[in-house]
Design a protein around this ligand. Structure first.
Ligand SMILES: [Zn+2]
Length: 343
């Protein structure tokens, strides 16, 4: 068996683990519900148990390290999960230190959106691009930026909070407290909310029939639009316009060769694409208008394979180590020490 990495994708609802090859192929995969309310020790216990299961099922696996991703805010260089809103009791948890001590292996950490961006860039819809923006549109909006062959981190690894760029002065308040965030107007949640407001229980609309007279979700809107429901079509059109406005900002800011859209709403990508494209044509400056906007290819394994690549593609552009070494070269410091040594 070839060289493998253990990969973990820690989410607020699901914890996923996998053994991943350098090609991005997933050899084995396990998952369970995250004990999100139980604190960091319990969840790290889950990670250790899942690793045990994977290694027991594949005793011949040559595992060279662990790549993990978790919700932000997170400091990839220091290896610290700072305090994700979806995980109770996590405050400055030194994830790299804990896991490297437990397993005696090198550990790399990245925030989940960046890991998914790395996955799509190396193995999915962004293959071959030198610069790419990945946008995930589901409950919220997140993303990652590959700029000139590297994941773009910014101070403390906090760059590319795409969902919280302000794109309007109105609308519902974002969970972050601000008004007009991209995610507050263009996420799947926002689309579902608009559909719910536009209809009412028992009105006989297709949207409410699909939702069984409960709140309408983005999934229902996409389904109704596919059935050519006029109300749903209009909602999709409005959604595509918001996405197009956000994507236009991303084109102007990062000048990627491709924008990759993932997340739950990518299921309706074919319906949204014409409206997104039309908005970009209308709003972007001439030089940016021909950039392809494509759906993600890897689904929910993007984060896992991206995290694994932090280990398996180490030293190649875009890895955490390359970033550390670049800075050490600049500072004239020693090279080759692990991130955990530096944390
Ligand atoms: Zn916000």
């Amino acid at each position: 068996m070839s060289t493998l990495a253990l990969a973990f994708d820690l989410g607020g609802t699901e914890l996923r683990g996998a053994l991943v090859e350098r090609s991005g192929d997933v050899v084995a995969r396990v998952s369970e519900a995250t004990l999100a309310g139980a604190g960091s020790e319990a969840v790290i216990g889950q990670i250790i148990a899942l690793a045990g299961r994977l290694l027991k099922e594949h005793p011949q696996a040559r595992v060279i390290g662990i790549g993990a991703c978790a919700p932000g805010p997170l400091d990839p260089k220091a290896g610290i999960v700072i305090g994700p809103p979806t995980l109770a009791g996590w405050h400055n948890v030194p994830m790299i230190d804990i896991l490297s001590r437990q397993f005696g292996l090198p550990v790399r950490l990245e925030n989940d959106a960046n890991a998914a961006a790395l996955g799509e860039w190396r193995f999915g819809a962004g293959r071959g691009a030198v610069s790419m923006v990945f946008v995930t549109v589901s409950t919220g909006i997140g993303g990652g930026v590959i700029a000139d062959g590297h994941i773009y981190h910014g101070r403390r690894g906090l760059a590319a909070e795409i969902g919280h760029m302000t794109i309007t002065g109105e609308g519902d308040r974002c969970f972050c407290g601000a008004v007009g965030c991209f995610e507050a107007v263009a996420s799947g949640t926002a689309l579902g909310r608009r559909a719910t407001r536009l209809t009412s229980p028992g009105d006989g609309s297709l949207l409410r029939r699909l939702s069984k007279d409960g709140d309408v979700s983005a999934r229902h809107v996409v389904e109704a639009a596919r059935a050519d429901d006029a109300g749903a079509r209009q909602l999709v059109e409005a959604e595509a316009k918001w996405l197009g406005i956000g994507f236009t900002n991303l084109l102007h800011l990062y000048s990627p060769e491709v924008i990759v859209m993932g997340g739950g709403l990518a299921n309706g990508f074919d319906l949204l694409a014409p409206g997104i494209r039309a908005t970009v044509e209308e709003r972007a400056m001439q030089a940016y208008r021909d950039v392809p906007i494509v759906p993600a290819e890897l689904g929910d394994r993007a984060g896992l394979v991206g995290a694994a690549s932090l280990i398996l593609w180490e030293g190649e552009p875009g890895t955490a180590l390359a970033m550390v070494q670049n800075e050490e070269t600049k500072a004239g410091g020693p090279s080759g020490c692990s991130q955990s040594d530096r944390a």
